[in-house]
Design a protein around this ligand. Structure first.
Ligand code: ZN
Length: 461
């Protein structure tokens, strides 16, 4: 194995510039989801990025396939034709947002980092997977199982790419997704979403708006209410302003991700509590605000009666990300990440009980949790490889976020981000401005992926 390792090190050394160049080629294709066009089911951007990635794979001598613009792959054949191991990454990106120091679609290099939309999520890892296959080909490593690098085009906005793939192609015997954090994530919580919908109350609340995404705790929300501004008291996190003869009650909280809401302050909750505390609203409105209070009072779901803990995952979380008012009805989104000791039906039943007739529970969807025992052979192979290369003694972890992994019969996410990485001031996180990836750890991740793909070949899958 030492000989192997030396070959991997030499391969990476020789290919550093090519790898960075190819990541830059993918970053240069703006691949945010767009309106569907013929041959481009997720819009022209993701289609073009998929084509560019397959072009890179072809240049590396890999066989490729474009699955109708939805997903594609590069692959090496194995001795057992029916079984293959896969990696899965994605080529679509989230919108750039504000605050960039340079063009988000021109990759920049600075102090050992690369910067640009997608360098970390997930174009950089996509290129790593292609080079991992290139190594196996170049070294003529005998493969028992085929190795396929799946390249998705719709991860950020629905994962319809992988649903399409699994409907039309045989699933891999084992798959890992370099689209999260090291070491190995062997479980993802269930994901419950719904809307709490009020009747048309016809009372004091004229408008209620907050949040930008159902999966994020909002830091801004406001309600326009019929009230006497002079009679309303000040309150922490609340500002008041006269507007069209009514009062705008604005809440200012602390934003965060739905899967990790600890330490956040939900602005919708601040506004709801302020209205309740100051006697604003008719009976129907106050009954609905009381339900909002239960939702926002505790992110562990205890006030709603949905708290749950199974000892494997961290306890259940719940947040309300967006509030809208339409046709006099209020729509509060609910996002809960739940462990194996509860389920979607139980959560809906508890929400219905908590609502006590003040709201209907609508647009319910629930994706069940997935969990693979941490001592399953492929998981051990990944974690052992990671620990050997890094010198760490890490253990697999579980999380509330969702990746491609849960869609496959047997899959996990596997790097390449490092927990606890401190970003330099010029670099931002995945989905943020100045998205950055540190070059050294990227190449170390490539080494881990190559060795892991080699070792998975030894297992009985
Ligand atoms: Zn991603």
């Amino acid at each position: 194995m030492q000989q192997w390792e030396n070959a991997v090190d030499a391969f990476i050394e020789q290919n550093k510039q090519n790898i960075l160049r190819d990541i830059g080629r993918l970053v240069a294709v703006p691949s945010v989801e767009g309106a569907p066009e013929p041959g481009a089911p997720f819009g022209p951007g993701p289609k073009a990025a998929l084509e560019e990635a397959l072009k890179i794979a072809g240049e590396l001598g890999l066989a490729t396939r474009n699955c109708e613009g939805r997903i594609g792959w590069a692959e090496l054949p194995g001795a057992e034709p029916d079984k293959y191991i896969a990696t899965i990454t994605h080529l679509d990106v989230v919108p750039t947002g504000n605050g960039w120091d340079g063009d988000p679609f021109v990759m920049r290099e600075k102090d050992g980092w690369i910067l640009g939309r997608g360098v970390a999520d997930d174009k950089g890892p996509s290129v790593l997977c292609l080079y991992a296959l290139r190594f196996l080909k170049e070294q003529k490593i005998p493969l028992r199982y085929g190795v396929r690098a799946l390249l998705g085009a719709n991860e950020e906005t629905g994962m319809a790419d992988v649903d399409y793939y699994l409907k039309n192609y045989p699933a891999p015997a084992f798959c890992f997704s370099p689209d999260a954090e090291f070491p190995v994530c062997n479980g993802e919580k269930g994901h419950y979403t719904a809307k709490l919908v009020s009747p048309a109350c016809g009372g004091a609340i004229l408008d209620f708006t907050g949040g930008i995404a159902p999966n994020a705790v909002p830091d801004e929300a406001s309600a326009l209410v019929r009230a006497d501004l002079a009679a309303l008291p000040a309150a922490p996190g609340i500002t008041l302003a006269a507007e069209n003869g009514a009062v705008r009650v604005s809440g200012h909280g602390k934003a965060g991700h739905a899967a990790m809401p600890e330490g956040t302050v939900n602005a919708i909750g601040l506004v709801a509590d302020y209205l309740l505390a100051n006697g604003i609203g008719n009976e129907a409105e106050r009954a609905y605000l009381t339900l909002l209070h239960k939702l926002h009072a505790a992110t562990d779901g205890s006030a709603l009666g949905i708290a749950a803990d199974d000892g494997r995952f961290s306890p259940l979380t719940v947040i309300g990300g967006t509030m809208r008012m339409e046709g006099g009805r209020m729509f509060q989104s609910v996002d809960s990440r739940y462990p194996t000791s509860t389920n979607g039906e139980a959560i809906t039943a508890a929400l219905t009980a908590a609502a006590a007739g003040a709201a209907s529970i609508e647009q319910v969807a629930a994706a069940v949790p997935f969990y693979i025992e941490p001592d399953a052979a492929p998981i051990r192979t990944l974690i052992d490889t990671y620990n050997e290369v890094t010198g760490e003694q890490a253990q697999p972890f579980t999380m509330g976020g969702g990746t491609y992994a849960r869609h496959f019969p047997l899959a996990v996410s596997f790097g390449p981000e490092r927990q606890g990485t401190v970003l330099p001031e010029f670099a931002g996180p995945m989905h943020g401005a100045n998205e950055g990836a540190e070059i050294g750890p990227l190449f170390e991740a490539l080494k881990i992926y190559i060795l892991a793909l080699g070792r998975l070949q030894q297992l009985e899958l």
